[in-house]
Write a protein that binds this ligand. Structure first.
Ligand SMILES: Cc1cc2nc3c(=O)[nH]c(=O)nc-3n(C[C@H](O)[C@H](O)[C@H](O)COP(=O)(O)OP(=O)(O)OC[C@H]3O[C@@H](n4cnc5c(N)ncnc54)[C@H](O)[C@@H]3O)c2cc1C
Ligand code: SF4
Length: 271
């Protein structure tokens, strides 16, 4: 197995693809992982994100069926952690899926599983809605999928094609053209790969249609081995770790900027 030793411990890297037929964001690993955990008593409930016209709606899922409306990435802030107090008071084994900032905030709760998603940036809902309108001439409710991948912001729609069903139409712009519109907090964020999660999931570093998965402890390694044995997922040792590290290092640069900002904040008399 591909692995790396760092101050965060031993991390194992795998490319993973779901064998189930679900309409997911990338390899579709996240949703079956949670489903497996709910079915096998590893989790009683998990905080996930559904949507209303792509506006994130955080909710607590307790069955695999309830997970199905949480697939695909919504590129806006989701108040996942607001549910953690209720969830941990009412369920023994609570899971959280979230971006690195959600996972960091979730550390104050006793969680049974933390699934972190890779993240370079995120947007306010109104901002992403306006970008889609202004740049692609689309209403957000026409969108069937969004993605930030390979330096581009990509939007897909499903156009009706006579009696023959639907046709996928893809729109894209370089992410550079919109990255300045991201949330203020994202500009100083230092974590790309959700270092504090039990398992991190993204797409960069793997083939299209696969997930890059970083296994951060034995519990997750055992779950993944069981999922492979049961024919739920396929795995291969094909991650381009350098591609993941490149994005981690871009975020790391913010650590220095943050140190400077803190210096200016605590020493206003000097400036
Ligand atoms: C804002 C954002 C930015 C991302 N940036 C990158 C990136 O730069 N590079 C990269 O490789 N991967 C990135 N990802 C991760 C990637 O888009 C997929 O989420 C990941 O590969 C898992 O794919 P999957 O097929 O297993 O997901 P699925 O099985 O489709 O499950 C998707 C999961 O994402 C959760 N989710 C959806 N939207 C949100 C949200 N707004 N906040 C928190 N959780 C959410 C859902 O609860 C669900 O559990 C980003 C994700 C998001 C939401
Ligand atoms: S870039 Fe950082 S702060 Fe912004 S949504 Fe992603 S993890 Fe959170």
């Amino acid at each position: 197995m591909l692995y790396k030793v760092s101050r965060w411990g031993i991390m194992k890297y795998l490319s993973v693809k779901s064998k189930l037929n679900i309409d997911a964001q990338d390899g579709g690993f996240t949703t079956p992982l949670l489903s497996y955990c709910l079915e096998n008593g590893i989790l009683d409930a998990v905080v996930v994100v559904g949507d209303k016209n792509w506006k994130p709606v955080a909710y607590l899922a307790t069955t695999p069926t309830e997970l199905l409306k949480s697939t695909k990435s919504k590129y806006s802030i989701s108040p996942n952690n607001k549910l953690l107090e209720y969830a941990t008071e009412n369920y023994d084994k609570v899971g959280l899926v979230g971006l690195p900032c959600h996972i960091l905030g979730g550390l104050q709760f006793n969680l049974a599983l933390k699934v972190g998603l890779f993240c370079t940036k995120n947007f306010y809902y109104e901002t992403i809605k306006n970008i889609i309108k202004e740049r692609f001439g689309l209403n957000i409710d026409e969108v069937s999928k969004m993605n930030i991948t390979k330096g581009k912001f990509v939007v897909e729609t499903l156009k009706k094609k006579g009696f023959a069903g639907t046709e996928k139409v893809v729109y894209e712009i370089p992410i550079k053209e919109i990255e300045k519109l991201c949330n203020l907090g994202c500009r100083v964020c230092t974590d790309f790969s959700a270092k504090y999660a039990d398992v991190s999931v993204g797409s960069v570093g793997s083939e299209d249609g696969w997930n890059t998965v970083i296994i951060r402890n034995k519990m997750v390694e055992d779950i993944i081995n069981e999922m492979v044995e049961k024919g739920l997922i396929e795995v291969k040792e094909a991650v381009d770790i350098t591609a993941v590290e490149k994005l981690e290092n871009i975020k790391k640069k913010n650590e220095e900027i943050n140190k400077c900002s803190a210096y200016f904040a605590v020493c206003p008399a000097l400036f």
